[in-house]
Design a protein around this ligand. Structure first.
Ligand code: PSU
Ligand code: MN
Length: 304
């Protein structure tokens, strides 16, 4: 047993009894949304998962432990501390653990810890990817490498156009990561249901998604799988409005010389500032929708 791993009792019990579990990340709490909406959303998203028959396991690093399953108090603590908590991707893990620090886990680190604990499905908002201008900056999220090497399914709403979506898809293809449209043949672009890019396959039911993932695992492939679930129609944003804000945010980041791990949080905050509350509400609603689909798939997976 990994001495750093701490699995919450309710998560351990579900895993031991082949009951469905859905992992959730914590960078979305600390760096992805402002307080108090971050805490309200994180708690509500856990409830959505319970309402659909699965056990939620929010993942973070607390006091140098890899935690799989957090209490309400722990989620509130992460939300209140916000960006004071270290955004922890794979390369940050060793020092965060050795110094017994707290860490908010990105998609990459959440997948890694979920896999250590035996959790197969993870729901979030958007993944990191190949940034615009990566030809010069080489800014490619560690999320993509994790999808290439860790057998966990990630249910997301696609990726924000802060990224180069075409290059992100090429990278995932090179790494052998299936990109599945849930009820769509288009790649969703987070705030909007379509991006202009297609996905590899369209699957329409939780059962079909569970079967594809089960086949991937049982034939010995160790890659992850990306399920791109479009934002519900009622909350999708006007493409011109959101893309205008995103373009302005990307320009501002470049003008201010923002780089490295600060890039994504800077862009997320700037887009939010430029679009006001509308983008935050869209963000919250798409996370609920992804949690629901992930819980439904997790239930199906337990029957295979
Ligand atoms: N994209 C979003 N919302 C987010 C993130 C990305 O739309 O909250 C967060 C996730 O935790 C993701 C991380 O794993 O940012 C990617 O950061 P980077 O690009 O530095 O790898
Ligand atoms: Mn980066």
């Amino acid at each position: 047993m990994n001495k750093y791993l701490d699995i919450a009792p309710q998560v351990r019990e579900a895993l031991d009894n082949n009951r469905p579990v859905v992992a959730l990340e914590s960078t979305i709490i600390s760096h992805g949304m402002p307080y108090p909406q971050n805490v309200e959303t994180a708690l509500a998203v856990e409830q959505v998962i319970r309402d659909h028959g699965a056990v939620p396991a929010t993942i973070a690093i607390l006091g140098g432990k890899l935690k799989c399953g957090l209490s309400t108090e722990e989620i509130t603590y992460l939300g209140k501390k916000g960006t004071e908590i270290v955004k922890t991707s794979r390369r940050d893990v060793p020092v965060v653990l050795s110094k017994k620090m707290d860490g908010a886990t990105t998609v990459a680190t959440t997948m890694m810890i979920a896999n250590m604990a035996g959790v197969k499905i993870f729901a979030t908002g958007g993944i990191g990817g190949v940034h615009r201008g990566a030809e010069a900056t080489m800014d490619i999220s560690a999320d993509l490498e994790e999808l290439a090497s860790t057998p966990v399914m990630v249910v997301c709403a696609g990726a924000k156009a802060i990224l180069d979506l075409g290059l992100t898809l090429e990278y995932l293809e090179t790494k052998g990561v299936p990109v599945i449209g849930y009820g769509t043949s288009k790649l969703p672009a987070f705030y909007t249901r379509e991006s202009g890019f297609g996905v590899d396959y369209r699957l329409d039911t939780p059962e079909e998604v569970a079967q594809a993932f089960d086949a991937q695992r049982k034939c010995g492939l160790h890659t992850g799988m990306l399920i791109a679930n479009p934002i519900p129609e009622a909350f999708s944003m006007d493409a011109a409005r959101i893309n205008g804000a995103i373009d302005a945010a990307v320009q501002e980041a470049s003008a201010q010389g923002i780089s490295g791990k600060d890039t994504t949080p800077f862009l997320l905050a700037k887009v939010k500032e430029l679009t006001g509350g509308e983008s935050l509400e869209a963000n919250i609603q798409l996370v609920y929708h992804n949690a629901k689909v992930a819980a439904q798939v997790a239930c199906q997976l337990c029957t295979l």
